[in-house]
Design a protein around this ligand. Structure first.
Ligand SMILES: Nc1nc2c(ncn2[C@@H]2O[C@H](COP(=O)(O)OP(=O)(O)OP(=O)(O)O)[C@@H](O)[C@H]2O)c(=O)[nH]1
Ligand SMILES: [Mg+2]
Length: 322
C-alpha cells in the first residue's frame, strides 16, 4: 500500500509532484505555508529545481475582477497545452468576506480545465505572506508549473510587494471615478508592467483608460523610461473578452525581459527581497528572546536608546543564539 501523502518526506513528495501528482504538490504547499523546519527542508529541495517558470503577479483593488481574469487566463493557458498554477491570496477583508470560497467557484472552470489553483489566507500564516508566497512559488516552479500567477489584492504594502516580486506585474483597475487615482496612491503605478481596465462592459471604462494614460504621462515627465511604459488593455473578464490580448502582452513582456538583463535583475531583486524578509523575521524572533530576559520597565538609570544599544550589542555578538 502506498503511504498517505501526509506521511511522505519532502523529497518523496517532490518526486511525486514532479511526476504529476497534484496531491503531493498541494501537501508541499501546506508545509511551506505552515513554516518551520519542514518548510526549510522543502526550500532546500525545491531551490535548486526552481527558476524556470515565468512568475506573473496580478494585483488591484478588491473586487476589480482579478480572480475572474486569472481564471480565464489559466483556462486559456491550459487549453493551449501549458501547465499554469495560481496562488490566490485571500484578502480576508470584510469587503470581500468568503473570498476563498468565491475564488474557488470562479476558478472552477480553470481547475476543471486542468490548472492548479491554490487559495491562501492572509491570516494564520507562519511568518506572513512575504515569507510564504515566495516559498509557494518555488514549490510550484520546482513541480514544473509554468507560468505561476500570484493574485493579491493591492491594498497593503505587503500585498503590493508580493505581486511586484513577480517577473511581470499586471495591475487591474475598473471603471469608476478615481480608480486610477487610487491605484496611484497605493503605489501600483510604479510596479505595473501592464494595466488592465477590467469591466469594460461598464460605463466609464474610457475615462479610466484616459486617467491611467494621463498619470503615466506625468510619471514619464518625472523620469520613467519611454520604452518601459506599460500598455493599457481592456477586458470584460466575465465574458472572456480581451483576455487573449492580455495573455499576449504578458508573454511579450516576458520575452523582452528574457532578451535583456531584465529577467536576471528582477530575480536578483526577488531573491534579495526574500532574504530581507527572512532576516527581518529572524531578527524579530531574536529580539523577542532577548527581551524576555529583561526585567519589565528596565533600569530607570538607563535611557531607552542606551538599553536598545546594549541589547543590540549582545544580539550582534551572537551571544543569544548559538
Ligand atoms: N460587469 C462585470 N463584472 C465583472 C467583470 N469581471 C469580474 N466581474 C465581477 O466582479 C466581481 C468580483 O470579481 P472577482 O474576480 O472576485 O474580483 P477580485 O478582484 O478577485 O476580488 P477579490 O479577490 O475579492 O479582491 C464578481 O461579481 C465578478 O463576477 C467584468 O468584466 N464585468
Ligand atoms: Mg480574488
Amino acid at each position: 500500500m502506498r503511504p498517505r501523502a501526509d506521511d511522505r518526506a519532502p523529497a518523496g513528495l517532490l518526486a511525486a509532484a514532479r511526476g504529476g501528482e497534484r496531491r503531493a504538490a498541494a501537501r508541499l504547499l501546506t508545509i511551506v505555508e505552515h513554516g518551520g523546519p519542514a518548510a526549510e527542508e522543502v526550500a532546500e529541495a525545491t531551490h535548486p529545481l526552481s527558476g524556470g517558470a515565468h512568475v506573473v503577479g496580478i494585483t488591484g483593488a478588491p473586487g476589480s475582477g482579478k480572480s475572474t481574469l486569472v481564471g480565464v487566463l489559466a483556462t486559456r493557458l491550459t487549453e493551449a497545452g501549458g501547465r499554469p498554477a495560481v496562488v490566490a491570496v485571500d484578502p480576508s477583508s470584510p469587503l470581500t468576506g468568503g473570498a476563498i470560497l468565491g475564488d474557488r467557484v470562479r476558478m472552477e472552470a480553470a481547475t476543471a480545465a486542468g490548472a492548479f489553483i491554490r487559495s491562501v489566507a492572509t491570516r494564520g500564516h507562519g511568518g506572513g505572506l512575504a515569507l510564504s508566497v515566495p516559498g509557494s512559488v518555488r514549490v510550484l516552479d520546482a513541480c514544473g508549473f509554468d507560468p505561476i500567477v500570484v493574485e493579491t489584492v493591492g491594498v497593503g504594502q505587503v500585498e503590493v510587494d508580493v505581486a511586484a516580486a513577480a517577473d511581470t506585474t499586471v495591475v487591474v483597475v475598473t471603471p469608476g471615478w478615481g480608480d486610477a487615482v487610487q491605484a496611484n496612491k497605493a503605489g501600483l503605478l510604479e510596479v505595473a508592467d501592464l494595466f488592465v481596465v477590467n469591466k469594460d462592459d461598464r460605463p466609464g471604462a474610457d475615462d479610466a483608460r484616459r486617467d491611467l494614460e494621463l498619470m503615466l504621462d506625468l510619471s514619464e515627465v518625472s523620469g520613467s523610461a519611454g520604452d518601459d511604459r506599460p500598455a493599457v488593455l481592456s477586458t470584460t473578464a466575465t465574458a472572456g473578452d480581451g483576455v487573449d490580448r492580455v495573455l499576449a502582452a504578458v508573454e511579450d513582456h516576458h520575452r523582452r525581459l528574457a532578451a535583456g538583463r531584465g529577467l536576471v535583475e528582477r530575480r536578483a531583486r526577488r531573491y534579495d527581497a526574500e532574504v530581507r524578509a527572512r532576516l527581518g523575521h529572524l531578527l524579530e524572533d531574536a529580539v523577542g528572546h532577548l527581551l524576555t530576559g529583561e526585567p519589565a520597565g528596565g533600569r530607570s538609570s538607563e535611557t531607552p536608546v542606551a538599553a536598545a544599544r546594549r541589547l543590540a550589542g549582545r544580539l550582534l555578538a551572537g551571544g543569544e543564539h548559538g
